[in-house]
Design a protein around this ligand. Structure first.
Ligand SMILES: *[C@@H]1O[C@H](CO)[C@@H](O)[C@H](O)[C@H]1NC(C)=O
Ligand SMILES: *[C@@H]1O[C@H](CO)[C@@H](O)[C@H](O)[C@H]1NC(C)=O
Ligand SMILES: *[C@@H]1O[C@H](CO)[C@@H](O)[C@H](O)[C@H]1NC(C)=O
Ligand SMILES: *[C@@H]1O[C@H](CO)[C@@H](O)[C@H](O)[C@H]1NC(C)=O
Ligand SMILES: *[C@@H]1O[C@H](CO)[C@@H](O)[C@H](O)[C@H]1NC(C)=O
Length: 726
């Protein structure tokens, strides 16, 4: 009641008794200071807890409970209830990266931010709790190893692409209001996190040995972009150790690199349980209180799930209350920027509600994103598109042919509907023209009765479309029973790419490749392979086989994925995605430990350093039209007064659609640097030059016969991140 009165009449006398932290027109620093000095030590500590539930209400001051932990990886993940309208589930980040379209991702993140804010408004009205507004997304770790179980949560293996995508996502989620943040984004996980469980290591205790070169050129740049370009509110420190220290207790990482080198002034929040694990799992300190103190002193401001040991740490003299105040100042400032202490009507999103969640408009955007993220890997003799008008019958085969939740990746809320591939083809061609055969399980070894059934059905059709791949079902409220009574992930197999688990092999799991070979052997029907997956799989056999006409990678394409796949295969839309990861041969994993953090050491990691043959390189992606590139030019740019003017270029190339259909093309600007001819052996040895470095990309739409001059600018920073001394 008191608070409501203040909201309605900010100049009323009651305001004076509450003080200036409530005054929306007072300077932020004054408000934060004023609120801080009203809190007891116990209250301060509770405010630093980023919990799943809304915690820390202080009725005495009219402060509602606050939820510090929400997820919005590719759609808002409502941890408590989907009753407030189902959210839109966009493609998994790896698919959004494959679209190579920063503007698209900005729109997607804007839509996620709207849905998140709308749900927050609903909760505030219903429960008087501040929920949803702190999202633990984006995941911007480099997909260092194809076995990593969370590669599909990322924007792939390239630091430049990841930096551009991270910036687009954070800006979209946080919005562009000059006063308020729509939803706080969290760039995670700092640093060098990319192993779940492999070769006896686990993510909770793994010590990543990272050299300066790789920190500068591979693991760091996307975080730098988040901070310096996107002005992200929050960065999450990771579970693993880096060079002997748990990341959340590492002053070198948090004070040195994040705050010092990158200039971060926002909130550092721990991964969930990471502060407890400093003592309990890393055994880095002698007590839990020392672990919490080490985290706070290293620069961790807020703890997911709780900083409960801090009062004990104060009692033991490990920290002083002023250390807590410094962290809380940052965390409270972020909440002020979210507008949660201001009259709601001041916020530009005050009127958002149920109608803004899962809207038709956002569903259309999910479809657009899914289409743009599909990559055509192979198209022998223009096997695709299929001519819908002349198809008598197609058969959809495989464990993912009627996939629903498997299309969603992980970290998703429950959407109103998922369009499965089978449903989309039935809709497009009429149910009587579409057959369906599972053929094999996703995992495990079944009998071959189903395979024979599939071969029999395919033999009698014009095309056989085989849906194979992986599963990322893990953490999700869509599928709560995934955990057994011991809290372990119950459905895991060595082929899943799920949180907490890495794959052991790049092969398609179970009998899947056998199913494909069976169909190739027993039928003459044209075969199309569609992959539903996150990280790279070894499809060398399908690439080489003349019986497989086309291969598409759909990744985890989200709730509209089935329709997007059908639109591409039936030629309603031309494919335009490119691979954001390298597709290695399966023997790659025999040659490199999953724990190897060095990017350069043989056989090398990612397209920048790999030294062995691969099936498909990073950036691979075919089209239905024919693209012609001509007249590549690099012109030095003049910077009056700049010392390194020779290292600034305007680069341009003429792109022509020389085919017969309208399409979009992603143009990549890739640098290859070599030592100068005159460089001495010593000078050559001082650099580990990446084989290739992506420094720009643009998506261009052209009609048949049309041309466009595509321009890029290359500046000193582009070279600084490439030419890294050993
Ligand atoms: C902020 O974004 C909205 C929606 O995209 C746009 O209409 C508005 O012009 C933008 N405002 C600024 C200041 O850029
Ligand atoms: C833990 O206790 C041992 C034995 O008292 C001591 O040698 C060591 O320095 C302590 N470690 C830390 C991190 O405080
Ligand atoms: C395909 O999946 C949908 C959604 O899960 C389900 O309703 C339908 O029964 C399935 N169709 C077949 C043929 O299994
Ligand atoms: C890995 O497999 C590829 C393709 O079969 C082959 O070209 C390459 O030589 C193999 N590498 C090793 C080290 O066996
Ligand atoms: C480089 O491009 C910028 C804008 O794209 C243009 O203003 C400038 O004149 C160009 N410089 C040269 C030397 O072409």
């Amino acid at each position: 009641m008191l608070a409501a009165c203040v909201f309605l009449s900010p100049r009323a006398p009651v305001l004076a008794s509450l003080g200036s932290w409530r005054d929306p027109d007072a300077p932020l620093g004054v408000r934060v200071e004023d609120l801080l000095q009203r809190l007891t030590l116990a209250e301060k500590v509770e405010q630093l807890s980023a919990a799943r539930d809304a915690v820390g209400a202080i009725p005495r001051l009219g402060i509602p409970a606050f939820q510090g932990w929400n997820e919005c990886l590719h759609g808002v993940w409502d941890l408590f209830s989907d009753a407030n309208r189902p959210p839109t589930v966009f493609p998994a980040p790896i698919a959004l990266a494959a679209a190579f379209d920063a503007d698209l991702l900005h729109r997607v993140a804007g839509a996620i931010g709207d849905e998140t804010r709308a749900k927050a408004n609903i909760y505030l009205a219903k429960e008087n709790k501040v929920r949803m507004l702190n999202c633990f997304a984006p995941n911007i770790n480099i997909a260092r190893d194809p076995r990593w179980g969370r590669g599909h949560e990322t924007y792939g293996e390239d630091p430049f692409l990841t930096g551009r995508m991270a910036t687009a996502f954070v800006r979209g989620l946080q919005g562009n209001d000059s006063t308020y943040i729509k939803v706080a984004a969290t760039c995670k996980h700092f640093a060098a996190y990319s192993l779940e469980a492999a070769e006896g290591f686990t993510r909770q205790t793994f010590d990543a040995h990272v050299n300066e070169r790789d920190m500068h050129a591979s693991y760091g740049p996307a975080f730098k972009a988040c901070i310096q370009e996107a002005r992200v509110e929050s960065v999450m420190c990771s579970y693993n150790s880096v060079n002997g220290k748990p990341a959340c207790a590492s002053p070198e990482l948090l004070q040195g690199t994040l705050r010092g080198v990158y200039g971060f002034q926002g909130v550092i929040v721990s991964d969930c349980g990471a502060v407890d694990s400093i003592f309990h799992l890393h055994e880095y300190t002698n007590s839990s209180a020392e672990g919490h103190a080490a985290a706070l002193l290293a620069g961790t401001d807020a703890a997911c799930v709780s900083f409960q040991e801090l009062p004990e740490a104060v009692r033991r003299g490990l920290i002083v209350e002023a250390d807590i105040d410094a962290a809380l100042q940052r965390y409270l400032a972020a909440r002020f920027r979210l507008g949660v202490f201001d009259p709601p009507e001041r916020l530009p999103w005050a009127k958002m509600g149920p109608g803004d969640v899962g809207s038709n408009q956002n569903e259309d955007l999910a479809l657009e994103a899914a289409r743009k993220g599909i990559v055509l890997l192979k198209n022998r003799h223009a096997a695709l598109p299929l001519d819908a008008g002349r198809l008598r019958r197609v058969v959809l085969v495989g464990p993912h042919a009627n996939a629903s939740e498997h299309m969603l990746g992980n970290y998703y809320g429950r959407p109103a509907r998922v369009v499965t591939p089978l449903q989309a083809f039935q809709e497009a061609l009429g149910p009587e023209h579409v057959g369906y055969q599972r053929g094999a399980f996703l995992e495990g070894w079944g009998g071959d009765g189903e395979m024979d059934g599939a071969a029999f059905d395919c033999r009698d059709s014009d095309a056989c479309i085989i849906f194979l791949g992986l599963s990322a079902l893990g953490v999700s409220d869509y599928h709560p029973p995934l955990y057994n009574e011991h809290g372990e992930y119950a459905l895991w197999s060595p082929h899943d790419e799920a949180e907490g688990y890495d794959r052991v092999s790049l092969r398609l799991p179970g009998m899947q490749e056998g199913l494909l070979q069976h169909l190739a052997r027993l039928t003459d029907t044209p075969l199309v392979l569609v992959l539903v997956h996150g990280s790279a799989v070894d499809v060398a056999w399908a690439e080489a086989s003349p019986r497989v006409g086309a291969i598409l990678s759909a990744f985890y394409p989200g709730q509209m994925g089935g329709q997007a796949i059908a639109d591409i295969i039936l030629g309603k839309e031309a494919p335009s995605g490119r691979l954001p990861v390298t597709f290695y041969y399966r023997n790659y994993t025999d040659q490199i430990s999953a724990a190897e953090m060095d990017m350069v050491r043989w056989p090398g990691r990612t397209h920048r350093y790999v030294k062995v043959p691969v099936i498909y390189p990073f950036g691979h992606g075919l089209s239905y039209t024919e693209w012609r590139y001509s007249g590549l030019q690099a012109t030095p740019r003049r910077h009056p007064g700049a010392a390194s003017s020779a290292q600034s270029y305007n680069v341009s190339v003429m792109l022509t659609n020389a085919g017969d259909r309208e399409a979009e093309e992603v143009v990549l600007l890739v640098l290859t640097c070599r030592p100068a001819q005159r460089a001495s052996a010593e000078e050559r040895a001082a650099f580990d030059l990446p084989g290739r470095s992506l420094r720009g990309f643009q998506r261009i739409a052209l009609r048949p016969g049309e041309s466009k001059l595509v321009r890029f600018e290359l500046g000193g920073a582009d070279f600084a991140e490439v030419l890294v001394q050993r």
